[in-house]
Design a protein around this ligand. Structure first.
Ligand SMILES: *Cc1c(COP(=O)(O)O)cnc(C)c1O
Length: 397
């Protein structure tokens, strides 16, 4: 493991503050290092491994497809891409899907579609997209511009024109920010990287109404919240509204990279042959993984139901910890199995202490522990985490 870490820090670009762990295999909610040490995974690849590690259905789907056809250009159709698009359309508000390979790319596609649609419909000049402070939309130039956090932008200026930021969960500020150049509002239905911030239902409903009144597109970045994470297939369902455009990635392939941008027909029509493309987007292997993942998540609704009930149990246990350690735990929030526990201090030492006890948790926004385990996590595993947290938080308070 030591040699791997030495070589890793020598040959890889130094873009991540990595922990000194080298993982080699995983099963369900467990991952194992090259030295065979076991960890319970409450990070889940940051909301990627919705079915846990190496779920048999995803593994078999990939194996079978790898033997059959791995890649064919988007100059042609492939069966799996069509099947996956149909599955997404039948289970969402959308009519059409564009496939790509990551969350940032899905958001790039959404930004391009919003601009093109608005230009066609309303003419030049209407290209501004309003996003929220504290948001996260990716690491490409357009998506760091869209992102409402300075730390991802520093050193990369000049950024892209045409973005404006407003406070999340503040409808009045959004109203004031809209002008004749606005074409879309782009939001995460729950801010993930920003610290698991859940807006009020009323706010998102007001945003929806405002967008409809003003002829603005509502783009939901569901890269993190999508694919069952919140207890419904998509988070927008929890708020009783539908966006016009939605982006997906993280959980979509159950661990295999794939992204998607979905829209209603009326809007999707702005894209015509040549408008946008991706060499790998919707590649048969990625689609096979995503179909297996989606079918498993949707089967009988059991997994979504369990995500909700396990999430409620988990939330209650975290609230108990908040009561018990009220000086350290400031807030507990989230939905389904996307939960955050905000501390009154930097949460890095808690992450480290949990790691020493064989549990992976993530720290986001500096002081918020984020839990995005596989949807297959058990109540026993949640109990193990809570006991460890009880001990770790006890030492801090
Ligand atoms: C992770 C994330 C992205 C970026 O996805 P990548 O696949 O890393 O490009 C975009 N939006 C949200 C909400 C995310 O959580």
């Amino acid at each position: 493991m030591k040699r791997h870490i030495e070589e890793g820090s020598r040959f890889l670009m130094n873009t991540y503050q990595r922990f000194p762990l080298v993982f080699q295999k995983g099963r369900g909610c467990r991952v194992y290092t090259t030295e065979g040490k076991e960890y319970i995974d409450f990070v889940g690849g940051i909301a990627v491994n919705v079915l846990g590690h190496c779920h048999p259905r995803v593994v078999v789907a990939i194996q079978k497809q790898a033997q059959r056809l791995m890649h064919v250009s988007n100059l042609y159709y492939n069966e799996l891409q069509i099947k996956l698009a149909k599955l997404l359309v039948e289970n969402s508000f959308a009519d059409r899907v564009f496939f790509c390979n990551s969350g940032a790319e899905a958001n790039e596609a959404a930004i391009k579609l919003a601009r093109k649609y608005s230009k066609q419909r309303y003419g030049e000049g209407r290209y501004e997209i309003i996003t929220a402070y504290n948001s996260f939309h990716g690491r490409t130039i357009a998506t760091i511009t869209a992102t409402g956090q300075d730390k991802v932008k520093e050193g990369f200026e000049p950024l892209l024109p045409g973005f404006r930021h407003v406070r999340y969960n503040d409808i009045e500020e959004l109203k004031r920010a809209i002008n004749e150049n606005t074409c879309a509002v782009m939001l995460e239905p729950i801010q993930g990287e920003g610290g698991v911030i859940v807006p009020s239902k009323e706010y998102l409903q007001q945003v929806r109404r405002l967008c409809s009144e003003k002829g603005l597109l509502l783009i939901f970045d569901e890269v993190q919240t999508g694919i069952g994470r919140t207890g419904t297939l998509f988070a927008y369902e929890q708020f009783g509204i539908e966006p016009d455009i939605m982006t997906l990635a993280k959980g979509l392939g159950g661990g295999f990279p794939i992204g998607a941008m979905l829209a209603r027909d009326r809007i999707a029509e702005a894209f015509t042959p040549g408008s946008h493309a991706s060499t790998f987007g919707g590649n048969p292997l990625a689609c096979a993984a995503a179909i297996a993942t989606l079918e498993t998540v949707l089967e009988d609704g059991i997994m979504l139901y369990e995500c909700k009930t396990k999430g409620e149990y988990f939330m209650q246990r975290l609230l108990d910890l908040k009561d018990r350690f009220s000086t350290v735990v400031v807030d507990v929030r989230g939905m389904g199995l996307m939960l955050g526990m905000q501390l009154s201090r930097d949460c890095a030492p808690v992450v480290k202490a949990c790691m020493e006890r064989g549990i992976l948790v993530n720290c986001t926004a500096g002081n918020t522990l984020r839990f995005t385990p596989p949807l297959t996590v058990t109540l026993d595993d949640i109990d193990i985490l809570v006991e460890v947290l009880k001990d770790v938080l006890g030492r801090l308070s």
